[in-house]
Design a protein around this ligand. Structure first.
Ligand SMILES: [Zn+2]
Length: 233
């Protein structure tokens, strides 16, 4: 009797035990178009980087300006301020907020890079704050992600402040901020809250500001006009 080659047995075991495609955490296959989309996105980055590498100009020196801004892809600070790589030290998070890691990053910028200006840059039509307004009106009781919960907890004070003054406004004038006007007020309030958080949670940055070695300013980028409005405190 002819024996079966053990290598064929191994190959058969491998074929029958290897899934045809990776399954996600729910045990379901991701739609095939998602993989195609991911491949196209990777290709766009690789091709874009090739173009960048072929005609980049090396710039010496480091930025003296720090920016805290939203992660929204439509508001890149370098484009808004018409600056080149190396001119801005940017720290971005959804909703223009700071946490311990971002504050540490800012302290590094101020102390080691000698940055002299820190801009907290909000923007009109901010999706994060629009979501936060909805969350304030209809707070959810259960969160699938605690990370998202802490994000909204940080945005909530700016929303609550505007909604509270809205109640007074309605009592006095029978009018209240709604829609875009409400969002604009929350965006501005959120910039001020983030500036306050920086001063309160980073004694180092606060001291540098007190010593006039660092200027902390707030601003809102208008996505329709392209103009930056500087906030007077
Ligand atoms: Zn935003």
């Amino acid at each position: 009797m002819r024996l079966v080659n053990p290598r064929w047995i191994l190959l058969a075991v491998f074929i029958f035990t290897t899934p045809l495609a990776a399954k996600n955490r729910n045990g379901e296959l991701a739609p095939p178009e998602v993989k195609k989309q991911q491949d196209a996105l990777m290709k766009a980055m690789i091709e874009g980087n090739k173009r960048h590498a072929s005609h980049r100009t090396l710039k010496s020196g480091l930025s003296k300006i720090m920016v805290v801004s939203c992660a929204d892809s439509r508001v890149p600070p370098e484009v808004i301020f018409n600056m080149k790589p190396g001119e801005l030290y940017t720290n971005r998070a959804f909703g223009t907020i700071v946490d311990k890691v971002i504050l540490g990053s800012l302290e590094y910028g101020a102390e080691i890079l000698d940055c002299r200006v820190l801009v907290v840059l909000g923007h009109t039509k901010c999706t994060a704050l629009k979501e936060a307004i909805g969350e304030h009106a209809h707070p959810r009781t259960e969160w699938a992600s605690l990370n998202k919960k802490s994000l909204y907890e940080q945005l909530e004070p700016a929303v609550a402040e505007v909604e509270e003054s809205n109640i007074h406004l309605k009592a006095q004038t029978d009018k209240e901020l709604e829609g875009e006007a409400l969002l604009d007020a929350v965006v501005k309030s959120n910039v001020l809250h983030t500036m306050h958080a920086i001063r309160e949670q980073s004694p180092l940055l606060w001291q540098l500001e007190q010593d006039d070695l660092l200027r902390i300013v707030g601003a809102v980028y208008n996505m329709e006009t392209g103009k930056v409005e500087w906030i007077k405190e």
